[in-house]
Design a binder for this molecule. Structure first.
Ligand code: GH3
Ligand code: MG
Length: 407
């Protein structure tokens, strides 16, 4: 605990102290006053009034100095408070920036925004909508507990319809009691952040403004990362996934199937006499056939089915949650779809056929074993004269004609 000698009652204390001194040195002062009066009389000067004026001036001067020092101390304290607040804001922004830089997926980015932006907004009403596949997605108030469904989305729709120069200006746009900030990515609006128009402090608005710029950069990074990843996983010619991704996904699907007991089948598909097509019409034409089949596979299969170019003219298709009978049905349908379509290039038209092997996951299956069974079924289809489907039985080496499975 600090003991304070001086404080708010300084003047009173000083006056008391002066009075006490007067009492103590009463005689000495009287003696000095007599001397001064003698001097005044002898030399005809006004010494006592002058001394009085000087004393009063001195007291005034001291008082003014004290006031000035107090004002300076108050200003320094206010400056220190501001500096502390700015340092805290900067630290929060840095934490947010780090969280955003670690976010490589849209979900991770949403999580970072949900966690940090309300803190930066300092308790002000704030909401964030980000666009995903053409729809507004609530990043905050996900349960629609604070704002009714469609309420914020309608505001966001109105904002993005404003002229593009207004959106690009970076200025907050007032709308329905909110100051709305637009997050733009590559010049297009990718999100809207709204903060309470009347409640937000100047610091909160500044912090949110900076945070929004960071979110825009992070969103772009997520998009670029997704594009790079998609390119790395895909086969350029056919647009299907590559073999490495196929095997990785198959392991993941097998784990899921084991956990949920859901069936899982795979299809191995190979173009018939592809060497001959290459030989007769050239390698470039062969490429066009591969590209056409890859394109068709992407068109006709479910979104959840994974289409991969396994190598050369061979495609592996993963069919999650599909039992043997369903996979056989898909295989037959694929065979007729692909075989029923002409491929034309440079004045040449052919109708390539495909052979297909089907295998369904058994308890304890590994990815290689399942693919191996599908491959054997495919060879059986080739041996049976091509342009047909064969289904592998659960026992690794047994392959039966498709008709057996149908029974
Ligand atoms: P089968 O009916 O037994 O499958 O006969 P096939 O002639 O199709 O034999 P196979 O599947 O073994 O032949 C694959 C051929 O595909 C061999 C190779 O020259 C060709 N090939 C592999 N990759 C490419 C490619 O990227 N472009 C082209 N044009 N041809 C390729
Ligand atoms: Mg082939």
């Amino acid at each position: 605990m600090r003991f304070r000698v001086s404080g708010r009652h300084d003047s009173l204390l000083l006056a008391g102290f002066a009075f006490a001194l007067l009492l103590v040195f009463q005689r000495s002062l009287q003696y000095l006053l007599n001397i001064a009066t003698d001097i005044e009389r002898t030399y005809g000067v006004a010494l006592v009034p002058a001394l009085l004026v000087l004393s009063v001036m001195f007291v005034f001067h001291l008082h003014a100095n004290r006031r000035e020092m107090r004002a300076e101390a108050a200003a320094a304290a206010a400056e220190a408070r501001l500096a502390r607040a700015q340092a805290a804001e900067l630290a929060e922004l840095m934490t947010f920036g780090q969280a955003l830089s670690r976010a490589l997926t849209v979900d991770a980015l949403h999580e970072a925004v949900w966690r940090h932006l309300p803190i930066l907004a300092k308790g002000t009403d704030i909401w964030v909508l980000l666009r995903r596949e053409g729809e507004w997605e609530r990043v905050t108030d996900r349960g629609h507990a604070r704002w009714r469904s469609g309420e914020l989305e309608a505001i966001a729709d109105r904002i993005v319809r404003l002229p593009s120069e207004r959106l690009a200006s970076g200025d907050a746009i007032p709308c329905d009691g909110f100051m709305c900030h637009v997050i733009t990515v590559g010049g297009a609006p990718a999100g809207i952040v709204g903060i309470g128009e009347h409640h937000a402090s100047e610091e909160a608005r500044r912090a949110v403004g900076t945070a929004i710029t960071l979110v825009g950069i992070a969103l772009r990074n997520v998009q670029l990362f997704a594009e790079v990843r998609a390119t790395a996983l895909r086969d350029e010619l056919t647009g299907c996934f590559n073999r490495a991704h196929a095997l990785e996904s198959l392991e993941a699907e097998l784990t899921r199937s084991r956990r949920t007991n859901a069936p899982l089948s795979v299809i191995m598909l190979d173009i018939d006499h592809f060497k001959r097509i290459n030989d007769e019409h050239g390698h470039l034409f062969g490429d066009q056939v591969l590209a056409a089949i890859g394109h068709r596979l992407r068109q006709v299969l479910r979104r959840s089915d994974l289409r991969c170019r396994y190598g050369g003219d061979e495609f592996l298709i993963l069919l999650p949650e599909t039992p043997a009978a369903g996979a056989h049905h898909v295989a037959e349908w694929l065979r007729s779809e692909l075989g029923g379509e002409d491929v034309s290039a440079d004045g040449v038209t052919i109708r390539p056929s495909v052979s297909i092997g089907v295998a369904t996951c058994q308890p304890g299956d590994r990815a290689e074993a399942l693919v191996d069974r599908a491959d054997r079924a495919l060879y059986a289809a080739k041996a049976a004269g091509r342009n047909c489907v064969r289904v592998a039985f659960s026992a690794p080496r047994a392959v039966v004609p498709a008709a057996v499975v149908n029974r």
